[in-house]
Design a protein around this ligand. Structure first.
Ligand SMILES: Cc1cc2nc3c(=O)[nH]c(=O)nc-3n(C[C@H](O)[C@H](O)[C@H](O)COP(=O)(O)OP(=O)(O)OC[C@H]3O[C@@H](n4cnc5c(N)ncnc54)[C@H](O)[C@@H]3O)c2cc1C
Length: 306
């Protein structure tokens, strides 16, 4: 029988150092690491099972991790797991919990009294409805209006807590007494996820389109925790996902046409794809075209129809 290969458990001193330390998020929320398994090394170790030892000669660990991420060879990233303890307002948690590829155990308000803390909004923090993006916000309400809303918020939170407490004291079951607590009430949970699915969560929730509150948690997880846990994978993720951009067929064809030396060719291509109306007709709002324009602008490409 062959002698068993000696293995040592991967440890990440930078993560061990912050194990259990809560990182504050929002006014009264936090996130902390409870436990973890694996490191950058575990990603490499798993990948080498599939690629064989020969690869080791030609690729360094860093290069291999970056190759895996670039080519969506995702399963080696699933070899790393992390368990968090989070404290988060219920409306934010409702978005968070949509990520089905994690293991969750949440504080029970049937079993225990609801946590006596609600997310508070200061007078400068009230965001205005975005005009372009129905799901988004832009700018802030002026502080006089903000101050009024903050007072109202406090009254509402105090009243709902008072009624909740009265119901409980009158013997009403906690499972029913809680029904009128606001979504700003904090909840707590254990959330365990593998690195592949965590990066997917971070990609969606660190993005500017995600709501500020969940974005705050995602940024903390990414920048304060994942960056320390798996620094090579984190950097590859920033390079190839977060700050990367993909081009659609339409975008490739339009860019090629613009680069042909004849800017009008870009307009003709955009017309062919139905992004612009026939010549002479009014250019109407078009979400797809706006997204393409934003991408061209980010690449410093002059848009010929603007
Ligand atoms: C900016 C933004 C706006 C959003 N707006 C809304 C909204 O208005 N309404 C709303 O309901 N939701 C909304 N969502 C939630 C969104 O639709 C997803 O449910 C959420 O982001 C989870 O993503 P996911 O399914 O990729 O992640 P996970 O559930 O973690 O799944 C990860 C991946 O696993 C695979 N997978 C998991 N489960 C299945 C399955 N059952 N079948 C097939 N593949 C599966 C998929 O490839 C998936 O991408 C929004 C999300 C974002 C980021």
């Amino acid at each position: 029988m062959e002698q068993a290969e000696q293995l040592s458990r991967p440890v990440v001193p930078a993560l061990d150092e912050i194990l259990g330390t809560p990182f504050k998020v929002l006014d009264d929320g936090f996130i902390r690491v409870v436990d973890y398994m694996g490191s950058d090394e575990s990603i490499v170790q798993a990948a080498r099972v599939s690629y064989g030892k020969g690869t080791k000669k030609v690729s360094e660990d860093r290069g291999l991790i970056r190759y895996l991420l670039r080519h969506q060879h995702t399963t080696p990233f699933e070899m790393c797991e992390i368990k968090f303890h989070v404290r988060v307002p219920m409306d934010c948690w409702r978005q968070w919990i949509r990520h089905r590829t994690a293991n969750v155990n949440e504080y029970s308000t049937r079993y225990s009294l609801a946590i006596d803390a609600s997310q508070k909004t200061s007078s400068e923090e009230w965001r205005l409805q975005s005009k372009d993006n129905k799901q988004g916000s832009e700018g802030f309400a002026d502080t006089a209006l903000g101050a009024k809303l903050t007072v109202q918020e406090e009254e509402l939170q105090n009243l709902s807590r008072k009624i909740y407490t009265e119901r409980v004291e009158l013997g009403i079951a906690r499972e029913q007494a809680r029904k009128d607590l606001p979504l700003s009430t904090y909840t707590e949970a254990y959330w365990k996820v593998d690195l592949h699915n965590l990066l997917h969560f971070l990609w969606l929730r660190m993005d500017a389109h995600a709501q500020y509150e969940i974005r705050s948690y995602a940024k903390t997880i990414g920048e304060q925790i994942v960056a320390k846990w798996v620094p090579i994978a984190w950097q590859a993720f920033l390079d190839y996902k977060v700050h990367a951009s993909s081009l659609s067929l339409m975008e490739i064809e339009i860019i090629k046409a613009i680069n042909s030396g004849n800017p009008a060719a870009g307009i003709i291509k955009a017309r062919e794809f139905g992004l612009l109306p026939p010549e002479g007709e009014e250019i109407k709002r078009n979400r797809e075209r706006s997204d393409i324009e934003a991408k061209l602008e980010s690449l410093n490409i002059k848009i010929p129809w603007k």
